[in-house]
Structures are given as structure tokens and as C-alpha cells.
Design a protein around this ligand. Structure first.
Ligand code: NI
Length: 411
């Protein structure tokens, strides 16, 4: 890599391909596909990779694919894009608005997909010229919104042998040309809990002959969040909040069953792992005090995305080289979930927020809304960041270079 002018090569590559990439994104945007139904999207990506001389492997369900660029015994760096759309109506007035009723790329996954495609085409050129010091694993992941697509990729060996993994997400609160980065947790966990209680019902005149179920359920609803706040480090911001409760049908009859449902949100991974067992233990202690039976159904969402510090540094250095000094900005931990977190439970990596807001208009089109759109200059920016990150990570993982070697290689 020594002496190569990566930035100049990316300039030349993007001068030729940027308009084509924008067109590719608009085509995906017009034809959004929901989780595990991304057949057309997968086919479009595969066609482009094959045309570039690569050999993609479509996942067994027929949606999503994995493709290696380069070979040999060097390190393997994975780059991941999610490809699915949201079940929302597109409310934009753009010529490339969704043609599918009730489906819309309102989370920017069409942009992530296009950026990874552009990066793939650039890396394929590098590999053909014998300039890749290792292997880059391209992961076009289905069903991030479900979530669960990351688990599907992992179940089929998608990250086996991978040393580090990187990903991006559109951020409409950051200007185009900037990249938001944070070490440690950058997204949050959100799980769902359903509690069912039962006991002998009866007349409200004689609660002592029953399990006074409504009273007991009320204690469960108030005691569990209260006890959790004293049993879990408050810095983890673990919160159990009820959204639905139901018991009984008459004013003078104690029912014999009831149900409560809520969510558990959490900023911290350790607390997230501890939450189900602790909630169950607290539930059992409250239930036994009032003589009722209680069961808990706990459905895991995703853990928080916890960025590895070294990988964040690599990505930050690469972004500064690719976009210019001052391009990397701090970003807060969000309360949203992102299934990239599953990869980071197995291998180190980093997830960044790519600025997609036009500084000229200053309008923030928020994600998960039917009006979401981006400044399309973000696509070329994303390709620059991803390609430079992959090469930086391969280079730094393959040997310990001298400082001037990195400077000249990535100038
Ligand atoms: Ni998303």
C-alpha cells in the first residue's frame, strides 16, 4: 500500500460511478422490500457484484448475501449494510418515491446498501490490482428491522474468521460530510415482558378466602419497577414501563387471572443480560407474598451496540483521511435499537452515524417517518469512509506499520 494515494483513487472512482450509485439507490427506494422479503434487492446487488467479477453467496432464505473480496492468509474485515425497508407509507413528493403501498425506505437502508455496493466495486478493483492485504467480507444483511437478520447471517457463518466488523447508519441530525462516532454503547436495548397472574377468585366481601388478585397484580406493577431501581446500577438506565394491564369484569368479583405487558429499555449491556432473571426473581417474591401464581414471558429485542475503542479509533482516523480534518463529530447514545449489536457480542467492531442532512436547508427529515430523505452526496461520502476504513483496518491488522508508512499509504 505504500505510496498509494487512496484519496485520489477514490476521487477517480467516484467521478465515474457516483451518478450510477445515486441511480441505484433511487431504484431501491422505488422498490422497497420488507424484512426477509428482499428478493429483488438481493438480486440487484448480486448482479452488480457478479458483473464486477465477485462471487456472492445468497443466504438460504433467498434474501441477503455475503461476498468476499480478496483472498489469502491476511486478516478479514467485514463491512455490513442492512437492506430491508419499513412497513410505512412513503409521504415524499420525490420522483423516486416508493411504488409499493405501505412500504418505504424510511430508515435509509437503501443508502447503506448503495454505499456498501460502491465500496465493494472499489475494493474489487483494488483486489484485481493485487492491492488488498487480506480479505474484506461484504455482508448485505436482511431483516434488520425485525430484528433478527444479523442472527441469520451469523447462523450461516457470516462472521466466522472475521477479525473486525464495521457498519454505518444514516443520521439526519448530522450534516452531510460528517461522521458521528462514540466508543462504548451507541444504541440501546429494548425487550418486551408479559406477566400473567392467577389465583382462586371469589366475592369481594371475602378476599381472605381468595387470592386477592387485582390487589396483588397492582403490587406487581408498582413493586417490580421500584425494586429494579434499587437492584440495578442507576447508571445503566434500565427502565421497566407498563403499557397494558387487564384483570376482572365486575366490581364485586375478584377475578382468577390477569395480565400486564410492558417494555424493558436499557443503556448498559451487563444490566441488559441480568434483567430477565432479576425481574423473574422479583416477580416470584411479590407473587408468593400474596399467594398468587405468576409467570413471565420475556422476549429479547436487541442488546445495545457496544463499540470497541480500537475499532472506533480506526474508523475515526479513516474518516478524517477520507472526508477531511474535523469530519468526525461526537454522537450521543440513542434509545433506539440496532441489530448490529449481535455481531459485536462475538467480534470487535464499530458502528458510526453518517451525516445525511443538507447544511444548505438545515431540515432534519427524521428516520422512521414517511417523509425521510437524504442529501445524496452522503452516498459518495459513505463509500469514501467504508473503503478507507476497510483498507486501514486490513493494513493495521496485517502488521504494525511505521507512522510515515500509514501517512504515505493513506495520503
Ligand atoms: Ni435502520
Amino acid at each position: 500500500m505504500q505510496g498509494r494515494e487512496l484519496r485520489g483513487e477514490l476521487d477517480a472512482f467516484l467521478a465515474e460511478t457516483e451518478q450510477d450509485l445515486v441511480a441505484f439507490r433511487r431504484d431501491l427506494h422505488m422498490h422497497p422490500e420488507l424484512a426477509f422479503a428482499e428478493y429483488r434487492t438481493t438480486q440487484r446487488i448480486a448482479e452488480r457484484l457478479v458483473a464486477a467479477g465477485l462471487t456472492p453467496t445468497v443466504l438460504p432464505r433467498g434474501t441477503g448475501l455475503i461476498c468476499d473480496v480478496g483472498s489469502g492468509d491476511g486478516p478479514t474485515i467485514a463491512l455490513r449494510a442492512d437492506i430491508d425497508a419499513l412497513p410505512l407509507q412513503d409521504e415524499k413528493d420525490a420522483p423516486y418515491r416508493s411504488t409499493v403501498p405501505g412500504a418505504c425506505h424510511a430508515c435509509g437502508h437503501d443508502v447503506h446498501t448503495t454505499i456498501l455496493l460502491g465500496t465493494s466495486l472499489f475494493l474489487a478493483q483494488q483486489a484485481a490490482a493485487g492491492l488488498l492485504p487480506g480479505r474484506v467480507r461484504l455482508i448485505f444483511q436482511p431483516a434488520e428491522e425485525l430484528p433478527g437478520g444479523a442472527l441469520e447471517v451469523m447462523a450461516h457463518g457470516g462472521i466466522s474468521g472475521v477479525d473486525r466488523i464495521f457498519g454505518l447508519h444514516c443520521d439526519p441530525r448530522v450534516d452531510v460530510g460528517q461522521l458521528g462516532l462514540k466508543s462504548g454503547p451507541i444504541t440501546s436495548a429494548c425487550d418486551r415482558v408479559v406477566i400473567r397472574v392467577s389465583g382462586p377468585g371469589g366475592h369481594t366481601a371475602r378476599p381472605h378466602l381468595t387470592a386477592d388478585l387485582v390487589f396483588a397484580l397492582a403490587k406487581v406493577l408498582t413493586e417490580l419497577p421500584a425494586a429494579l431501581s434499587r437492584r440495578i446500577d442507576p447508571r445503566s438506565s434500565l427502565s421497566l414501563v407498563w403499557g397494558r394491564v387487564e384483570a376482572g369484569t365486575a366490581a364485586n368479583a375478584i377475578p382468577d387471572d390477569g395480565v400486564a405487558e410492558g417494555t424493558v429499555r436499557c443503556l448498559d449491556e451487563d444490566a441488559w443480560h441480568a434483567a430477565p432473571d432479576l425481574i423473574k426473581a422479583l416477580l416470584e417474591s411479590v407473587a408468593s407474598a400474596y399467594g398468587i401464581e405468576a409467570t413471565m414471558e420475556y422476549t429479547r429485542g436487541v442488546p445495545p451496540v457496544v463499540n470497541d475503542e480500537d475499532c472506533v479509533q480506526m474508523l475515526g482516523e479513516a474518516a478524517e483521511r477520507a472526508l477531511g480534518a474535523g469530519a468526525v463529530v461526537p454522537t450521543p447514545q440513542s434509545l433506539g435499537g440496532e441489530d448490529f449489536a449481535w455481531y459485536l457480542e462475538s467480534i470487535p467492531g464499530a458502528f458510526a452515524r453518517l451525516g445525511t442532512r443538507s447544511p444548505e436547508t438545515g431540515v432534519t427529515y427524521d428516520i422512521h417517518q414517511g417523509t425521510f430523505d437524504i442529501d445524496e452526496r452522503a452516498i459518495a461520502m459513505g463509500v469514501r469512509v467504508m473503503a478507507t476504513t476497510a483498507l486501514t483496518a486490513l493494513f493495521e491488522s496485517s502488521h504494525v506499520p511505521a507512522a510515515d508508512e500509514i501517512t504515505s499509504a493513506l495520503a
